[in-house]
Design a protein. Sequence first.
Length: 319
Amino acid sequence: MSDRNNIYLFVGGISTLVILLMLISFPLAFFALINEINSGLENITVSIPIFLFGYQITTNEINNITLGFSILSIIYLAIFVRTILFTLIKSINVNKKFTKNSINNKACIFAVLFVMCFFIVNVMEFIQTNMGIQTGNIQENSYIVNLFQISLAPITEEIGFRLSTLGLFTFLILKTKLGTKEALIGAIHPISKINKLEKSKAEYYIKLLYAIAIIIGIYFGIAHIIYSSNWLVGKAIIASFLGIIIGLVYIHYGFGMAILLHWSFNYLLYVYVYYDSQIWIFNNLYQIISIVFNMLGLIMILLIILNFNTYRNYLSRYD
């Protein structure tokens, strides 16, 4: 088997593992909810910040955590299945094995981006810790309340920081050029419609979108310490990095994939943390998954560096 085929097989394996762990997290979260349902959840009121253009305009209170979390889980599962799982299954069924064509899709790109960003974030945290830059901690609440809040945040924050800026900008650009219907689709998946414009104009608008994504990404990080006393400078730095990445993902792959990437960093490992302390067979599972993701992320970064010509257009493509 050639080195290139080995790379395709490795990327396909990463994608399958990451997507499988994400899929398993859905029933695990529901089991955690059922296990905690008698802990007074019906008496808890959670304040939810609502953002627009990156500014917190109000807060809403939610009283039924059980119902709220159930609705969120259904929404994320639907987006996950439609955007990621079906794409991976369809690709494997068509190609029968992992080839260049079978990894050149949203599902594999999503998984590769996730493990690479996961590794980079952990390196950033390590450096910050050794430099004495504090990150802070999530607000102390019950496990399910925290899980609910970090599950809702990707939706409210992606609407308030990315959709209301990148999406609105794209809509305004395209409305007079392609019509309202195409502009609305472009607001959800910018580059798919902007590339229908004249090449020079498309390139100009894409650069503007990149600039907006970087600016709003940095502000996204800073907003964590503006609107929460629990987070410190270290969190702002990491959130800025992830905010920029999510913005670029939104431009190239759409609003749904941006939400899923944000959700993955908030939710995925936090689900496994619960079982790490509750069931003996899952002891250290969180640490094991973290180590695996870090190793895969490092290997993927090295592969891209060493095979730059093969991968230079891989992460910037769009469907």
